[in-house]
Ligand binder design. Structure first.
Ligand SMILES: [Zn+2]
Length: 424
């Protein structure tokens, strides 16, 4: 599938030029060797490997192939300013010309952030199939206690060794499955954005992401007859393709919809205490909640008269948001009304025509039924209920989550449109 990524980058049928920084992506037992060759071919002379205590053992695979310095942070490294400072002091001492992220999501975020700060390129050596962010251009950090995302740089190349990443704890792979299967909802919401607001969709990027999800789902279906290594490799491939679609599309639209908004809301701790769910686990739980809601609303029939109402955007107001978002309310309002007027809300851009319902139903046919998704998540060992990840399991909590999650981003999702319509 990586060939398809390169093809879309070099010439896309949609006529748009899609940028791609990560021009090489190798998933193979020869990954360390391929990285050595890449470093030599690109005249890098002073690589610095960034790892944590759990992944430093894999840095040895690389050090057996080529000389490098290393920076090792604490084993429970969340990407914070403390670890960034640690790595930057090693960078100042070692003066590397390229960084290598050897680890899971947090090590990548720390490395990516330092690479941007120090103006250095970086290479990715993922050690678990846990998230789709290895090849993305955004660093998710906890900065002085606050969760923030920083614009950053994607890696120049990614080298992933199945022997390495399939030896990661199974919980990480199961979480990766949640992150990938969640794209069923992301893609559906992207299509809804196109149908309701005329938002552009590149069909080639859309098809590539859909293929990645479908291959991951096939892998889960045949997990019992596959080796752990072959299975994890399929999940890793899907995660990498998903990250690359974000690079190509220049936004996370192909890979983030209502399911990610639910996960973001829970990470903001507005309606729940801090919980210990991994990113992909929260996405899995969010996806099921979203799919169940979509399924129910489509069976009942959507009220398009309300969706077409000129008052739809007015349903989002400070009085409604304040009790939940509290001191974050101003930020939420700025996100949803980027130029300060209701016209800049994605809800204000909705147009309904005679074939809207038919088009939305056709798009929904691409999403499996909630029961099927739940069975797949079970087969992958991925959490499915809020209680599995330390959240409240009551219908009231799910309802509240579905009601407020759409406001964490201005991006239109069917959930956002339905939530607004309900308030009219
Ligand atoms: Zn295109």
């Amino acid at each position: 599938m990586f060939q398809n990524v390169l093809a879309i980058h070099s010439a896309c049928s949609c006529g748009k030029k899609h940028p791609l920084l990560t021009k090489e992506c190798v998933v193979s037992k020869e990954a360390a060797l391929a990285m050595r060759d890449y470093i030599a071919a690109n005249n890098f002379r002073r690589p610095l490997i960034v790892a944590d205590e759990n992944t430093v053992v894999f840095a040895e695979n690389l050090l057996a192939r080529f000389p490098a310095a290393k920076a090792v942070v604490d084993g429970h490294a969340h990407a914070t300013e403390v670890y960034v400072a640690e790595v930057e002091s090693v960078i100042d001492a070692e003066k590397p010309d390229v960084l290598i992220a050897c680890g899971s999501g947090s090590v990548h975020d720390i490395t990516r952030y330092c690479a941007k700060e120090k103006g250095l390129p970086f290479l990715s050596y993922p050690t678990a199939a846990s998230v789709d962010g290895f090849v993305s251009g955004v660093a998710a950090m906890t900065w002085h206690g606050q969760k923030l995302t920083f614009p950053s740089v994607p890696p120049l190349a990614c080298f992933a060794d199945p022997e390495v990443f399939s030896s990661a704890p199974e919980r990480l792979t199961a979480s990766g499955v949640g992150d990938v299967l969640g794209k069923w909802v992301s893609l559906f919401d992207w299509r809804v954005g196109q149908i309701l607001t005329g938002e552009p969709v590149c069909e080639e990027i859309f098809a590539l992401e859909a293929e990645a999800v479908s291959e991951a789902a096939d892998a889960v279906r045949s997990r019992s007859v596959m080796s752990r290594e072959a299975y994890t490799e399929k999940i890793m491939n899907a995660l990498l393709i998903s990250g690359l679609t974000i690079q190509l599309n220049e936004t996370s639209r192909p890979a983030s919809g209502a399911e990610h908004h639910l996960s973001h809301l829970w990470e903001m701790h507005r309606i729940n205490e801090k919980n210990d769910g991994l990113h992909g686990e929260q996405v899995a739980v969010g996806m099921l909640a979203a799919v169940r809601r979509y399924d129910a609303e489509l069976s009942k029939g959507i009220d398009y008269e309300k969706l077409a109402s000129p008052d739809l955007a007015k349903t989002m107001c400070r009085e409604d948001l304040l009790p939940v978002f509290r001191e974050l309310t101003d930020g939420i309002l700025r996100e949803n009304l980027p130029d300060g007027t209701l016209a800049s809300s994605s809800l204000a851009k909705i147009r309904v025509t005679g074939d809207t319902d038919e088009r939305i139903r056709r798009a929904a046919e691409e999403v499996p039924k909630p029961e099927e998704i739940e069975a797949l998540l079970h087969a992958a060992g991925t959490p499915t209920s809020p209680a599995d990840i330390g959240l409240d399991d009551s219908p009231e909590f799910i309802e509240k989550s579905l009601r407020y999650a759409p406001y964490v981003r201005n991006r239109l999702t069917l959930l956002k449109a339905l939530t607004a319509a309900k308030k009219l």
